[in-house]
Design a protein around this ligand. Structure first.
Ligand code: 8YV
Length: 332
């Protein structure tokens, strides 16, 4: 069906505070309703927004499920999500109701890979523990045997999900002397494999059993929910570390907390959680865990780039064209 250019300015409802420059541009281009105090919307507010809006701009903190979409007004034609992950949106229901969905891929790849690398370094080298010790005032000075961590150089990094971010992590990790291993739905192009000197593991179980560090870089989909299940976590070696900058749901968080508590694995660096912003209380008690508040892509530059992508997606859509970052269920 041919798309038509909208005759009036579309009503764009943005669920969270975005960088000023993005909000200003949105207001220039569209009839825009902002959320200046940045309070996360409750489900009732989201429902009101989908009833009124032509375009909704949600973030990871908004659950756009079948129940919400069932109440969408006839004008809602585009969900232009601010972020790359789309697991907070029921894509199948959106499609069946004729609502297009876009995201912001690519612009947060390098920032997220940096944060992943930061966690890969921070956990084995006990960065957070070190800073806590100094700040506590209890540091008594250098000692040959205090704060010993584990060497990064020469270890094996297993990347679960070799997409844009996984590849960017691999490129960084090579500079730190890690050998690259990966598991992915599809084997990557041989040129990329040879550039990274990467070893492909068809069996995730096998890969997990042989790694020193495992980094989660796949999206959360029904197929990846609890991919690191209690059974798979048991395959990890006791000296292994896990880093997750993707989505908490990919790991069975309870089982992970139990494994860490029992010292069945050596540590974890987590930027994302299964029930954000709630954190499993067991994790909070552990020293061998670095916990970050979902800040993998949190750079000013990244947020502005994400906002610009949102604007381009909305503008092309309302002008009657296919938006560049259209998300289809078949992509996942
Ligand atoms: C974003 C993220 O900040 O883009 C993603 O998938 O996880 C984050 O880095 C967040 O989604 C914004 O909605």
């Amino acid at each position: 069906m041919a798309k038509q250019k909208m005759k009036r300015k579309p009503l764009v409802i943005v669920t969270r505070k975005l960088p000023d420059v993005i909000e200003t541009r949105l207001m220039e281009l569209f009839e825009t309703r902002l959320n200046l105090d940045d309070k996360a919307m409750g489900q009732a507010d989201i429902v009101r927004a989908v009833q009124e809006a032509d375009v909704l701009v949600p973030t990871v903190t908004d659950k756009i499920d079948a129940g919400v979409l069932a109440q969408a007004g006839p004008n809602l034609k585009l969900i232009a999500s601010f972020g790359t992950g789309v697991d907070h949106i029921d894509l199948a229901t959106a499609r069946s109701r004729g609502i297009s969905v876009t995201n912001t891929p690519g612009v947060l790849t390098e920032d997220t890979a940096d944060m992943t690398m930061a966690l890969i370094l921070a956990v084995p080298r006990r960065l957070a523990e070190g800073t806590r010790l100094v700040r506590s005032g209890e540091w008594t000075g250098w000692s040959p045997t205090s704060m010993l961590g584990h060497r990064i150089w020469g270890k094996r990094l297993g990347i679960l999900g070799m997409g844009r971010i996984g590849t960017a992590v691999a490129r960084r990790a090579r500079g730190f002397g890690l050998s690259i291993h990966y598991h992915n739905r599809r084997r990557v192009h041989p040129d990329l494999e040879s550039e990274l000197e990467a070893t492909y593991w068809d069996s995730l179980d096998q890969m997990l059993a042989h790694m020193d560090i495992v980094s989660i870089n796949c999206p959360h989909t029904p197929a990846t929910f609890h991919l690191l299940s209690a059974r798979r976590l048991k395959l990890l070696r006791p000296q292994a570390y896990i880093v997750n900058t993707s989505r908490g749901e990919v790991i069975d968080e309870n089982a992970l907390a139990r494994a860490l508590e029992a010292e069945a694995i050596a540590g974890a660096g987590l930027d994302v959680y299964e029930h954000e912003p709630a954190i499993n209380p067991k994790l909070l008690k552990l020293d061998n865990v670095v916990l970050l508040p979902h800040m993998g892509s949190a750079t000013l530059e990244g947020r502005v780039d994400m906002g610009e992508k949102v604007i381009i997606n909305i503008k092309t859509f309302v002008d009657g064209h296919n938006p560049p970052d259209r998300v289809l269920e078949t992509m996942f």
